[in-house]
Design a protein around this ligand. Structure first.
Ligand code: ZN
Ligand code: ZN
Length: 288
């Protein structure tokens, strides 16, 4: 990765001021990641067209609605509002991706925006692609881990008992979905609907932290390395327009140019037309 002198100097200064958080390798998370990836190895032996269709549908249903729309644009950035029952339903869908609960997820991502590409950014892209992609998650951070620590920058969600429940028991909905899929389509639906779909959602989510902080173009001058990358945007329903997003994090609209397809914003727009999404924040900053 090529960095301008301005970035190198800024990164050195922040590194010295902020310090690097203490960390130790987390064998439990590593084993869990390995287990889910190992489950996906059964995919070729359990393939069917309906299982592939199910996987693609659930990738949109859980990934777009759960991660992008709910965890990211609604909970982390409050770029729009929805009625409470819908908010809880979206949080429930979010848990189905095994990326942690809504409070946990929003906390790490708010930290990323507060300290983008510095040593206090959990997935600081200065430490390379693999670190930003998944390496950072394989460690424990005493300063950040535990509900007491991570709920501090998400007081809005942490005071809600439903979100606290989903945050704590985020694994349960996926286990229930696993039983349901097995009952519907046996091993084929279980492997494709849970394991394959989850690693597909994981790696596409993670590309936003890795690839779009390294490759792509900029519409806005920002202090971090965030970029717009079309193929990540297609895989993540609009999240790949990451330079736009860092420039205006509160906007519900990640795509700002006519070609920047932003499927998640289409869903928010439909919710708004139905009267279910209100106070939808839109892009206002002029492109450089
Ligand atoms: Zn970012
Ligand atoms: Zn964000």
């Amino acid at each position: 990765m090529k960095k301008s002198l301005q970035y190198v100097l800024r990164d050195r200064v922040t590194q010295a001021t902020l310090g690097t958080p203490e960390r130790s390798f987390n064998w439990v998370t590593a084993g869990f990641f390995l287990l889910i990836h190992a489950g996906a190895l059964f995919a070729p032996f359990t393939f069917s067209w309906s299982a592939l269709g199910l996987m693609l549908f659930l990738h949109w249903f859980c990934g777009c609605l759960g991660v992008t729309l709910a965890y990211h644009r609604l909970f982390t950035h409050r770029s729009f509002n929805v009625p409470k029952p819908l908010e809880y339903l979206l949080a429930f869908i979010g848990t189905l991706n095994l990326e942690g609960g809504p409070i946990f997820w929003a906390s790490w991502h708010r930290r990323h925006h507060a300290y983008s590409d510095t040593s206090k950014d959990p997935h600081d892209s200065n430490q390379g692609f693999m670190w930003a992609h998944m390496g950072w998650m394989l460690y424990s951070y005493p300063e950040w881990d535990g509900f007491e620590n991570y709920s501090r920058n998400v007081p809005d969600l942490a005071k809600d008992p439903v979100h606290r429940f989903l945050d704590r028991y985020f694994l349960l909905p996926t286990i229930a979905l696993g039983f349901l899929l097995y009952a519907m389509g046996g091993w084929s639906f279980l492997v494709w609907g849970i394991f394959m779909r989850i690693i597909f959602v994981w790696h596409t989510t993670w590309l936003v932290n890795s690839a779009t902080h390294i490759w792509g173009y900029e519409n806005f001058k920002v202090k971090d390395h965030s970029k717009n990358l079309w193929w990540v945007a297609l895989l993540t329903y609009g999240e790949g327009w990451h330079n736009n997003h860092h420039a205006q994090a509160r906007s519900a609209q990640a795509g700002v140019m006519w070609w920047e397809i932003d499927v998640t914003f289409w869903v928010i727009w439909i919710l708004e037309k139905l009267g279910l999404a209100t106070d939808v924040q839109r892009t206002t900053r002029p492109v450089k």
